[in-house]
Design a protein. Structure first.
Length: 269
């Protein structure tokens, strides 16, 4: 049965990384369906809230919280605000990429990736789960990636972080069976968002390749979240990549996936 993700206390949603990209569009989709949304990000939150409000249903409220989730205090602030709102839906979407061989990338950047993509998700989930289980009701969406399915030379820490998130989300789902709390994993393929520009990947094969529409990704993610489905792989490109990963042996997966993160011309259209 589909969860009623709407206005009022238990129907409020916290969305991390919601000031741009997939997170912003998931927040917009939720607000458009009548769910109160708390936008959590480390920048541009006021602007995101301003842009979201015209898309929200009349009975939905959109508010914001600007915090750095790589800082444990930032996670605690988000947890506290979610508690004030009585949120029962959590979209753990915030993430960052660091492109290049580990030998040459700044250690501080790699550790920040681990803090945001991995540690903050574990921290936030650990803090909110007791209340969700006590209430017997809750929805969690974890944004992983098709990068979770294969090693990625040239994007190693990012792919590893997304593999962690996929395993973590599936494990939590098993632990929470029968509690009324579901965990859904989102595995998007390359999507038209600012991510590739921010990760300085616009000249790579994957940066130049055709990408999925973020609106489609967000819509299918929210559909799956509301239905309590285990995993959603939105679009043919994503499904094809997951299928390829399942067929290839590990060395071939690494070589195949690593090609996408090297500089290259756009594929023929």
């Amino acid at each position: 049965m589909t969860e009623d993700l709407r206005h009022g206390g238990p129907d409020s949603a916290l969305v991390t990384g919601a000031s741009s990209g997939i997170g912003f569009l998931i927040a917009r989709e939720l607000a458009g369906r009548g769910t109160d949304v708390l936008v959590v990000a480390d920048r541009d939150v006021d602007e995101a809230v301003r842009r979201l409000r015209p898309h929200a249903r009349a009975d939905a409220e959109v508010t914001g919280l600007e915090v750095d989730l790589t800082d444990p205090d930032g996670v605690e602030q988000a947890v506290a605000r979610a508690g004030e709102l009585g949120a029962r839906t959590f979209v753990l979407n915030a993430g960052v990429g660091v492109h290049g061989p580990l030998l040459h990338t700044p250690l501080a950047d790699e550790l920040r990736l681990v803090d945001l993509n991995v540690r903050s998700v574990v921290h936030l989930a650990h803090r909110v789960l007791p209340e969700l289980v006590a209430a017997g009701r809750g929805r969690i969406l974890v944004t992983s990636s098709i990068a979770a399915t294969m090693p990625a030379p040239g994007f190693s820490t990012y792919a590893a972080s997304k593999a962690f998130l996929r395993s973590f989300a599936w494990s939590l789902r098993g632990e929470l069976a029968g509690t009324g709390v579901t965990v859904t994993t989102l595995l998007p393929s390359a999507t038209r968002t600012p991510f590739f520009r921010e990760a300085q990947m616009e000249r790579t094969h994957i940066g130049r390749a055709p990408k999925a529409a973020p609106e489609m990704v967000a819509r299918r993610a929210v559909d799956a979240l509301g239905a309590g489905r285990a995993e959603v792989v939105p679009g043919l490109q994503a499904k094809a990549m997951v299928a390829v990963a399942a067929l290839l042996p590990q060395p071939a997966r690494a070589a195949f996936h690593g090609w996408f993160y090297r500089p290259g011309a756009a594929p023929p259209r």
